[in-house]
Design a protein around this ligand. Sequence first.
Ligand code: F6P
Length: 323
Amino acid sequence: VKKIVVLTSGGDAPGMNAALRAVVRTASHYNIDCYGIREGFNGLINNDFTKMGPRSVKHIISEGGTILRSARSLQFKTPEGRKKAYENCLQHGIEGIVCIGGDGTFRGAKVFYEEYGIKVIGVPGTIDNDIFGTDNTIGYDTALNTAMDAIDKIRDTATSHNRVFFVEVMGRDAGFIALNSGLATGAIDILIPERKDSIEELFATFERAEKAGKSSSIVVVAEGERMGSIYDIAKATQNSFPQYDIRVAVLGHIQRGGSPSCADRVLASRLGYGAVVGLMEGKTNVMVGMQSNRMVYTAIEEAIKKHNEIDQDLLKISEILAI
Ligand code: F6P
């Protein structure tokens, strides 16, 4: 390959800049022209191509967000939008596209490859960690630490006031952030979409906690939890335990920002490098990931269809250690 583009798409994640830097510098090292595309697939449609070189990505390894900006492109979901994008790629002589993002991004990349045959390679960047074919996605470790720090702070005030807090963390369809941040902060219960939780089980946990003499508690709730909204769960708890002083905290988008952790910078650097090398080796319609410290390429189809399993041991350990 002689000319490639790189874009960041979908929900941003800390470490996307580090991945972009790795793509641009690896391409430069191997004498491949590299263009940055602004605002995800929208930039392909709007002909927003910018030539990038090693100096365009200086000092961004430590920056949160994405200097290319991101979008969930609605236009790219239409055949007309993708046709426009293809024409622009053709005009610039583009042979490969590095797509940094999550499952929505990969779905777009896959359709584009199937329709027009331009090589695509995915780099998993999402705080949710819900992509198959890599142990961790870029941004997950940072988001986890952000959530942990926030819950630690909530713990301070919960203890001072003998309160029960329900804390919502991100994860539309996945409980990885909830499970790990909950375990790391000593939550008495962790509600995640992968498990069928029930209000009765939650109440039983509260009763055990009370018997054990706990005077304040934290329940970590994944955004995609299926029992109902966090406010409904808090209300139901208040009705059954009128003696509790209950508060709800929704952490929200703070989990998406901030300087990436060391683990995310290293992961992003490896995967950005791996994406360019993959394209050079003729790989397409695959995602680059790290599994057991080895770089692996997984068919995009598999990456979006399959799911990493929630670690049952972690669930069990969190239950044993919580009270
Ligand atoms: O996919 C990442 C994520 O942060 C999810 O955890 C969350 O549900 C979603 O994005 C929020 O999306 P938006 O930023 O569009 O509100």
